[in-house]
Design a protein around this ligand. Structure first.
Ligand SMILES: Cc1cc2nc3c(=O)[nH]c(=O)nc-3n(C[C@H](O)[C@H](O)[C@H](O)COP(=O)(O)O)c2cc1C
Length: 174
């Protein structure tokens, strides 16, 4: 028997990226904080995002069949909290624009435009499979990371130790 508490405690230790997924509906921007952004495929480039059935953003994405992904940087915990709150005026406090017809947060370091290819029900969430049709992101600064119910970043960025995994593997091979 798996209790909700045990499962939540386990998953609290799984660190995630933090992104604000967006869509336009009736001329208005909508956005929700997610930790479920995952790379799915390289050829073609695809990502997945899981949204709860009750999410107000979900029907808007299903209708538009496209969504934007704003990858947040370290220092944007306030933005993540605002887009996870019940507030409906989430965009009032951020600088945003339309990019490919989708709401883009100007301060977010990473940006994807996705076409909804299909979706799969999984328990109380819907897994959205998005084909990436546009990508941009300057590698400036550290990413925002969520773990143990706390916002932070990858420690390597704060320690200036950003040797890539390919260098580690190459060193191991010799
Ligand atoms: C760090 C973090 C990650 C989250 N990840 C998700 C997620 O992957 N999927 C989801 O449906 N909700 C997630 N949430 C909760 C939503 O952001 C929150 O329920 C939001 O109010 C839903 O807004 P909406 O109803 O406008 O879609 C997350 C919240 C936080 C703080």
């Amino acid at each position: 028997m798996v209790t909700e508490r045990d499962f939540k405690e386990f998953m609290a230790d799984v660190c995630t990226p933090v992104a604000v997924v967006t869509a336009m509906a009736d001329g208005l921007p909508h956005g929700t904080t997610v930790g479920s952004l995952t790379s799915l495929s390289l050829r073609p480039p695809m990502v997945t995002v899981a949204l709860e059935h009750r999410s107000r953003l979900l029907p808007k994405i299903l209708r538009a069949e496209r969504f934007g992904v704003n990858l947040l940087g370290y220092g944007q915990a306030g933005v993540a909290a605002a887009f996870a709150s019940p507030a409906t005026d989430r965009f009032d406090e951020v600088d945003w624009c339309l990019d490919n017809g989708l709401p883009r947060l100007r301060e977010a370091p990473g940006w994807l435009v996705c076409r909804l290819q299909r979706y799969v029900a999984g328990g109380d969430h819907l897994l959205l499979l998005g084909l990436v049709v546009h990508v941009s992101g300057a590698r400036t600064g550290a990413p925002l990371v969520y773990g143990r119910r706390t916002f932070g970043t990858h420690s390597a960025f704060t320690q200036g130790n950003t040797r890539s995994i390919t260098d580690h593997i190459a060193a191991f091979a010799h």
